[in-house]
Design a protein around this ligand. Structure first.
Ligand SMILES: Nc1ncnc2c1ncn2[C@@H]1O[C@H](COP(=O)(O)OP(=O)(O)O)[C@@H](O)[C@H]1O
Ligand SMILES: [Mg+2]
Length: 382
């Protein structure tokens, strides 16, 4: 049975539509993330699920029953916010026990449930600690324990790691994922950080301007982005302008603006004819000095010139430019000690597998700026 179902969920604030007719089903026990730039409607969606905001239109079902219009306390849901709002004058035990005391749970049971929860969030024996004696990461664990101790069917988390520094955030991402696995509760997690969403989630909804661009497993949205927005938001992407040449059984051929023809699985085409954007992730591209290119190069190939190479330890990144001025970024893993980098100004052959090729709908601006439309965007982060 699905744990959450959203049907045509919409929220309008005065003139603006913050959430625009979204449909979504989340299964029990999923770690599901809403990912998108600031202002795209993530928090509003979460607040509607939690009952803090009434939808303008649409329906919300939790565990099979409609809850649209019910107040938060009538939903079996808890929420963890970025500012975890612990009670600074109470110790850890009393912070975690707060909801249970209000529900008049017996003292012994409170004690054992708080104890058990502090074990789960890896703060065993911290009952008597004061909140201001804890680090940011420890405070976040207390906030999590406080939400989970009520045994909600569903936990909503709105950028809960936003206040932590990068290193701690990375540790807590893995911790949260482990905790979710241990307690088995459905998590709906809001973040604008694509790496965070990919690290933790079973599935991700990539959100933009109030609607979902794509919903899928991390590998799916990364490897096969369905739209230009998704390809640019999740990591770096290379997009080249082209026109569909032929569709023959399972294989499609696309004539790129810059001259070459590339192949890809036909079921990746968003349309059967006309102009499209052809994409390939930087780490999927094989780069070779054009004068020394050999037969090991993959089936799809273009020529380019290296503009800059940057050694980053694990990998080297090459910023290339095609003959029509399109930027293409290539990442090469530095596997051996003999990794020799290709210098700026070198003519190179860039090749990749048809299987690693994706296609997105072309955006309308094609006509005025046809030869400069390829993009190599770093994930837009806010
Ligand atoms: N209470 C409100 N009144 C008016 N506009 C709001 C309100 N809450 C959110 N918005 C607007 O709705 C849009 C989506 O906001 P939000 O859901 O907070 O985005 P996100 O969490 O993705 O950053 C934004 O443009 C925001 O300014
Ligand atoms: Mg928000």
């Amino acid at each position: 049975m699905p744990d959450i179902r959203l049907e045509g969920l919409t929220k309008e604030f005065k003139e603006m539509v913050a959430v625009d007719h979204i449909d979504l089903t989340i299964e029990e026990g999923e770690f599901f993330s809403l990912l998108g730039p600031s202002g795209c409607g993530k928090t509003t969606t979460l607040r509607m699920i939690g009952g803090f905001e009434d939808p303008t239109e649409g329906h919300i079902y939790l565990g099979g029953s409609e809850v649209t219009g019910l107040p938060p306390y009538k939903r079996n849901v808890n929420t963890v916010f970025q500012s975890y709002a612990l009670f600074p004058h109470l110790n850890v035990h009393d912070n975690v026990a707060y909801g249970l005391k209000r529900k008049k749970v017996a003292g012994d049971e409170i004690k054992s449930r708080v104890h058990e929860m502090l074990d789960i969030v890896d703060l065993p024996g911290y009952e008597q600690r004061r909140i201001n004696q804890l680090s940011g990461g420890q405070q976040q664990r207390v906030a999590l324990a406080r939400a989970l101790v009520n045994r909600p069917a569903l936990l909503l988390l709105d950028e809960p790691l936003g206040a932590l520094d990068l290193k701690l955030r990375k540790t807590m991402q893995l911790e949260l994922k482990r905790i979710q696995g241990d307690v088995g509760i459905t998590f709906v997690y809001v973040t604008h950080d694509q790496e965070e969403a990919m690290t933790m989630s079973n599935r991700i909804a990539v959100m933009n301007a109030g609607h979902f661009e794509q919903v899928g497993a991390p590998q799916d949205v990364y490897e096969l982005p369905a739209t230009e927005f998704v390809s640019g938001f999740l990591g770096a992407s290379n997009l080249l302008e082209g026109e569909i040449e032929s569709v023959n059984g399972p294989t499609a051929k696309v004539a790129l603006e810059l001259g070459a023809t590339v192949a890809l699985p036909a079921d990746r085409l968003p349309t059967r004819q006309g102009r499209i954007g052809i994409g390939v992730r930087p780490e999927k591209i094989h780069i070779q000095d054009a004068s020394a290119a050999d037969a090991s190069s993959r089936a799809n190939a273009i020529e380019a010139m290296v503009r800059m190479s940057t050694y980053t330890g694990v990998s080297t990144s090459y910023e290339c430019r095609t003959s029509d001025g399109s930027p293409v970024v290539v990442y090469v893993q530095n596997l051996g000690s003999s990794s020799v980098s290709i210098g700026a100004g070198t003519r190179v052959r860039l090749s990749w597998d048809p299987e690693h090729t994706f296609a997105v709908k072309r955006v309308a601006k094609a006509e005025d700026d046809g030869d400069k439309t390829a993009t190599a965007m770093e994930g837009a982060r806010t």
